[in-house]
Design a binder for this molecule. Structure first.
Ligand code: HEC
Length: 100
């Protein structure tokens, strides 16, 4: 029983690849399908970031400590609401990093 509960918790904590795909759909209009665009003509292109940099920037957005404006943090957090915890952030960083 303990084992089953553990498995359920572990699988609900981590995003599946297909869910990263779903999450990233909401980023494409600004960041481009491969993260190649400068969003609203101002962001750094995601395609130029290492997986580690993506992880730390996404983590800062999710925990609210990002240096972006409050409005941008809020907008990103709405889109990233299904991304919870380091494991999900790592999965999404890996997904974005591999788009190029
Ligand atoms: C409405 C357009 C828009 C959408 C949609 C959007 N972004 Fe952004 N994003 C921006 C802009 C603009 C910036 C740069 C803001 C700044 O530097 O102040 C940015 C910055 C970023 C950064 C860099 C943050 C930093 O600290 O430098 C990351 C990472 C990022 N976005 C990821 C995402 C992801 C992942 C999604 C989808 C879940 C997403 N964005 C959706 C416009 C958007």
């Amino acid at each position: 029983m303990k084992k089953i509960v553990g498995l359920i918790i572990a699988s609900s904590l981590s995003l599946l690849a297909v869910e990263s795909n779903e999450v990233f759909k909401s980023c494409v209009m600004c960041h481009g399908s491969k993260g190649e665009k400068k969003a609203l003509n101002s962001s750094t292109q995601l395609i130029t970031m290492s997986e580690e940099v993506l992880f730390s920037k996404l983590k800062n957005i999710v925990d609210g400590s990002s240096s972006m404006s409050k409005m941008y943090i809020k907008m990103h957090r709405t889109k990233l609401r299904t991304v919870c915890g380091d494991e999900d952030i790592a999965t999404l960083s890996n997904y974005i990093f591999k788009l190029k």
